[in-house]
Design a protein around this ligand. Structure first.
Ligand code: PEP
Length: 254
């Protein structure tokens, strides 16, 4: 049984005060939730305030990025040890905006994944094709390559906590959601690739989230599918009412 996971990616939005105000409104809306793992990924400056505010609650706090090294002369970077030291438990790795604007590659994704696992951070590795790749029927090739490089050199025994987010780049922030058929097909490709690398047990326990314009009105249709184990939500996670409604709708299928 894979536990449903719904994660919020707040990108470069919300100050610490705005982030804790979100939680004050959000907690009562999800107080009865027990079946879904909820993760909020705010900006770096909001992490300490949110970790404090979420203590003892069923909401976990994740970072949107990290360096793979524990320390060093890397101006502007944040290390995994810095994240765990303040109580962060999850980390997004290789979001398409990081690949597009900050030169992240499959190779740096692999380094970050190894590091997250070594530091007991739960990794959410983002993969997904661009529109032109889909139009050229390259989706399977792109996903297979992204997943195989991400997992390269990692002992399957270490992959028990792995989460992958399938985020077609053409669906992120565009209001254009993948159809259930497109999403399910991509998730099956990813799961089969994980199975070929790490074995069928790891593949069966790996949660694969869908991300790309998830809203309250499409969360249920997507999350009820066999290979979709939750969602990574950008824009619609910024508002407590809409994010809690996504969780409620997705959970109906669990
Ligand atoms: C994201 O940023 O990961 C994302 C899926 O964004 P949105 O939900 O706004 O498309």
């Amino acid at each position: 049984m894979r536990k449903l996971l719904i994660a919020a990616n707040w990108k470069m939005y919300k100050t610490p005060v705005e982030s804790t105000a979100f939680l004050t409104s959000f907690f009562p809306l999800v107080k009865n939730n027990t079946s879904t793992e909820i993760v909020l990924c705010p900006s770096m400056t909001s992490l300490p305030a949110l970790v404090d505010a979420a203590r003892g609650k069923t909401v976990s706090i994740g970072a949107q990025n990290m360096h793979w090294l524990a320390e060093g002369a890397y101006t502007g970077e944040t290390s995994p040890t810095m994240l765990t030291a303040i109580g962060v438990t999850h980390v997004l790795i290789g979001h398409s905006e990081r690949r597009q604007y900050f030169n992240e590659t499959d190779t740096t994704v692999n380094l970050k994944l190894k590091s997250a696992l070594a530091h007991s951070l739960l990794p959410i590795v983002c993969v997904g094709e661009h529109l032109n790749e889909r139009e050229q029927n390259l989706t399977a090739d792109v996903l297979n390559l992204q997943v195989s490089v991400a997992l390269e050199g990692i002992n399957p025994a270490a992959l028990g906590s792995l989460v992958i987010a399938y985020e077609p780049v053409w669906a992120i922030g565009t209001g254009r959601t993948a159809t259930p058929e497109i999403a399910e097909e991509a998730h099956k490709i990813i799961r089969a690739k994980v199975a070929s690398i790490a074995g069928s047990d790891i593949a069966a326990s790996t949660r694969i989230l869908y991300g790309g314009s998830v809203k309250p009105d499409n969360a249920q249709t997507l999350c009820c599918l066999e290979d979709i184990d939750g969602a990574l939500v950008g824009g619609a996670s910024l508002d407590p009412a809409s994010f809690s409604q996504i969780i409620a709708n997705a959970t109906q299928t669990a």
